[in-house]
Write a protein that binds this ligand. Structure first.
Ligand SMILES: Nc1ncnc2c1ncn2[C@@H]1O[C@H](COP(=O)(O)OP(=O)(O)OP(=O)(O)O)[C@@H](O)[C@H]1O
Length: 302
């Protein structure tokens, strides 16, 4: 059953169309990612799902509720972690949890939540004294304190160090195990790949692709990349002339050859014919980054 249904969503800011006809449906229990570069329209899309913005076109339903008609009920179904979530400096962790749980009809047991998120020994600590990772965990706890059916997490791990990022990913998998459907906004490929069951790739306000991370990679799977250090200078034209080769690039002392079919055999045959040895040769698999470039024409951080 679809928990979130977004159909032909349009949102404009003045003359600028930030979201341009985006449609997707999120199934119960999924971790569903919205992936795209800065300014793609990700936050605007989830703000429409959260009922914080009114669409200029299309419909959004959460648990069957049409948000154009009824946002009151939504507050009890949806827990949102807002981007750059900030609390008053002097509010303690315990005070924040108590305050937020008072907003809900049937709040979760916030002490158990704090315990799960490893913040019990910080209950008396003021917000300003928490580390980046602890603030992030608190914002996740606050998103979950209403015992929501759906949690919307925007830029979950931005600003965290690699260890805190991995810990947060474990936490989110735990959230899903509690039966919560998760809508996650990210521009980190590793995060999307690790956490998301399916991804909506959004670029310039439009849905470019919707698939599992493996499914997205499979779309460009016929592309391979070979990387090696030639033992002698090699005319690139010898390689680009091969039907298997789509591009040849120099990366420092290495050559990176991208192509399809039996690329390895074609390239090594040419090298052997010209007595060039390929040192440190590696065949690289297609990654989600490659899939993103193939789908949008540029890297996510370009
Ligand atoms: N309140 C606003 N008023 C005017 N333009 C806005 C507003 N909010 C966002 N925009 C513009 O709409 C576009 C989409 O912004 P949005 O924040 O949804 O993108 P995003 O994909 O979430 O980006 P980021 O990853 O940087 O948060 C951008 O061009 C942005 O400048």
């Amino acid at each position: 059953m679809a928990i979130i249904e977004v159909d032909s969503l349009v949102k404009r800011y003045g003359g600028h169309t930030a979201v341009d006809g985006v449609s997707f449906a999120v199934e119960q229990g999924e971790i569903f990612g919205i992936l795209g570069p800065n300014g793609a329209g990700k936050t605007t899309t989830v703000e429409c799902v959260e009922g914080l913005r009114t669409p200029d076109g299309g419909t959004v339903r959460v648990c069957g509720i049409d948000l154009q008609r009824d946002t009151g009920e939504l507050r009890h179904l949806l827990g949102a972690q807002l981007q750059a979530s900030e609390l008053p400096d002097k509010l303690t962790v315990g005070e924040a949890m108590e305050l937020y749980s008072s907003f809900y009809r049937r709040p979760a047991d916030w002490r158990a939540l704090v315990d799960t998120l490893g913040l019990t020994d910080k209950l008396g600590t003021q917000f300003r004294r928490l580390s980046g990772g602890q603030k992030q965990r608190l914002s996740i706890a606050l998103a979950l304190v209403g015992d929501p059916t759906v949690a919307v997490l925007d830029e979950l791990t931005t600003g965290l160090d690699p260890q805190a990022r991995r810990d947060t990913w474990d936490l989110i998998e735990g959230v899903r195990e509690r039966g919560v459907t998760v809508l996650l906004v990210t521009h980190f490929m590793a995060e999307a790949e690790r956490l998301c069951d399916r991804l909506a790739v959004i670029d310039a306000g439009r849905l470019v692709a919707l698939d599992s991370p493996a499914g997205l990679v499979a779309r460009v799977d016929d592309r391979q990349r070979i990387r090696f250090r030639p033992s002698a200078p090699l005319d690139h034209a010898l390689l680009t002339a091969l039907p298997e080769v789509t591009s040849v690039e120099r990366a420092g002392s290495q050559l990176v050859v991208t192509g399809t079919g039996n690329l390895l055999l074609a390239v090594t045959t040419v090298l052997a014919r010209h007595q060039v040895v390929a040192a440190d040769l590696r065949v690289e698999q297609t990654s989600l980054d490659d899939a993103f470039v193939a789908l949008t024409g540029r890297p996510i951080d370009a």
